[in-house]
Design a protein around this ligand. Sequence first.
Ligand SMILES: [Zn+2]
Length: 55
Amino acid sequence: MPGSEDSLECPTCTTVVDRDDAIRTKTMGGLDPTAWQTLCCPDCGTRLKTVFVGE
Ligand SMILES: [Zn+2]
């Protein structure tokens, strides 16, 4: 199956970023960094999505 849910298009530079290639940072909202991470565009640094990474 195509992994469309695993890739994100950057709204700033229109790069399609594979979820595994995105830069992961702490969220800006003070959420637990072991449970939530923000995916950022590797080209321009735009925040793309906040994802739950906890169990
Ligand atoms: Zn970008």
